[in-house]
Design a binder for this molecule. Structure first.
Ligand code: CA
Length: 246
């Protein structure tokens, strides 16, 4: 099992910057954390500008960022944050906005939550981006001889290709490790979604597709003709032969 520890056991004190213009959602979320994770401090920002200022002034441990803000494009806020901070960012998107999820991941978001969200969902997401190591213990991946120029460092979450390195986000790393730990075997969408996101997500293939898209951009020479993360009739599989030995 990768990711399904109970969130009610969480006790770590963390500081979360929540950038969201709806006072109602702000208050509801503050209450969720007060009840289920009282050690978490929520720093509230109602605009993008305020969020960026608080990001710099308070250096929170992570950020929850609504993409629909009154003063700035949420993507711009995300890009600005990534200009000076590696703190995990979870974006809030509206159902059906597939391109938002993909763009968000490309701009360095670690995860996304589709509105409206349940309290279980937001707690699980925050926990997952904050404590990714718990999800990846015990998975070791060997890298045999290759056919492409891609190298993956699974410990650091770094992908090197053509002399350039890109960092995987936490969720990308968890997903890639999971696929790699079943090298050569195809994993069905439901199996992956249940394992990585939890049982409530078995029908949410859009999550998986968005992450596969963003992973392929990082690991494949040609994301349109993937050689490492392959889709076949049974699902997705990781092909070690596509990766260079280190
Ligand atoms: Ca909004």
């Amino acid at each position: 099992m990768v990711m399904r520890e109970k969130y009610d056991r969480i006790q770590a004190p963390i500081r979360i910057l929540f950038i969201e213009d709806s006072a109602e959602i702000q208050e509801a979320t503050r209450l969720i954390f007060e009840i289920h994770w009282p050690e978490a401090e929520i720093i509230q920002a109602l605009t993008g500008v305020e969020g960026l200022e608080l990001m710099k002034a308070e250096s929170p441990d992570m950020v929850i960022l609504d993409l629909g803000l009154p003063d700035m494009d949420g993507m711009k806020v995300l890009r600005d944050i990534r200009g000076f901070s590696d703190a995990p960012v979870v974006i809030l998107t509206v159902r059906g906005e597939e391109t938002d999820k993909i763009r968000g991941l490309e701009l360095g978001a670690d995860d996304f939550i589709v509105k409206p969200f349940s309290h279980r969902e937001i707690l699980a997401r925050v926990k997952r981006v904050m404590y990714p190591c718990q999800a990846s213990l015990g998975i070791k991946v060997e890298q045999p001889p290759n056919s492409t120029g891609t190298k993956i460092d699974f410990d650091l979450g770094l992908v090197s290709r053509n002399g350039k390195s890109v960092k995987l986000t936490n969720t990308e790393m968890i997903l890639l490790r999971y696929l790699a730990s079943h090298d050569g075997r195809s994993l069905g969408d439901n199996e992956i979604l249940t394992e990585i996101w939890g049982e409530d997500y078995v029908d949410s293939s859009e999550y998986l597709n968005a992450y596969i898209h963003s992973l392929r951009q990082k690991v494949e020479d040609d994301p349109n003709k993937p050689k490492i993360i392959i889709r076949d009739e049974n699902g997705y599989k990781f092909v070690k032969g596509g990766i260079q030995s280190t």
